[in-house]
Design a protein around this ligand. Structure first.
Ligand SMILES: CC(C)(COP(=O)(O)OP(=O)(O)OC[C@H]1O[C@@H](n2cnc3c(N)ncnc32)[C@H](O)[C@@H]1OP(=O)(O)O)[C@@H](O)C(=O)NCCC(=O)NCCS
Length: 199
């Protein structure tokens, strides 16, 4: 579609022109996004966590965040103690993302707090916070959608897409995720022991 056609659509829909000056917030957000990308490629958990803390993320003790992550709006990200974030995680904290203690996010997990209203003529953004309870395990390549709460000790199986809240100590899997098992409720491990600090 050429510029003239785009303009016609804009006029018909009575919208703002497609090309507008980038507001300051967008510039600042883009800068933080780029810096976060750089932080995600630094060696050592300590350096990556320091970088995220400088960008106002709240991260507890004995927590590890492996390389290759993408964090959106780090200032609204909270991670507790002794939690592990695996390689290549996408943590969207734009509407608030709270991850508890002893949480295990395996490789390439995606957690989204914002998406679009596909019925809105302007494709409006809409979202809600995500909360991951203590001792939850989100397995590789699972996707958590905006507004979802994962209960304490719950497990999200590899490749699941979670659109609804998950009850504590419940194992869910599939697309959309449904309960597939129950989990032992007497957990005592400390994931802080499992982190390899030099990676
Ligand atoms: C959650 C997980 C451990 C469950 O494995 P499991 O204990 O072998 O599974 P269960 O025996 O409890 O399975 C119960 C049912 O759910 C199904 N199921 C298991 N994993 C599933 C998955 N990822 N998606 C959908 N269904 C799944 C099983 O086929 C079984 O169905 P059935 O009763 O009809 O045969 C496993 O699915 C998983 O995701 N592993 C994580 C891998 C990973 O991320 N590794 C990184 C480590 S840091």
């Amino acid at each position: 579609m050429n510029v003239a056609e785009k303009n016609i659509i804009n006029i018909v829909q009575d919208e703002e022109p497609a090309v507008v000056a980038m507001p300051f917030d967008k510039l600042k957000g883009s800068f933080i996004y780029i810096i976060c990308g750089v932080i995600g490629r630094l060696p050592f958990h300590a350096l990556r966590i320091l970088g995220l803390r400088i960008l106002k993320a709240k991260i507890g003790k004995r927590t590890g965040i492996y390389r290759g992550f993408e964090v959106r709006r780090p200032r609204f990200l909270t991670i507790g103690n002794s939690s592990v974030v695996g390689h290549g995680a996408l943590l969207d904290a734009r509407c608030g993302l709270t991850i508890g203690d002893n949480v295990n996010l395996s490789n390439e997990v995606m957690i989204w707090t914002l998406h679009h209203d596909y019925n809105d003529r302007n494709f409006a953004q809409t979202g809600a916070p995500v909360i991951i309870g203590n001792y939850a395990w989100i397995c590789s390549r699972a996707i958590i959608l905006p507004g979802v709460t994962i209960g304490e000790g719950a497990v999200v199986a590899a490749g699941a897409v979670v659109a609804r809240d998950v009850a504590p100590y419940t194992v869910v899997g599939g697309v959309p995720a449904k309960p597939i098992a129950k989990r032992n409720e007497h957990l005592t491990y400390d994931l802080g022991d499992a982190i390899i600090p030099i990676i």
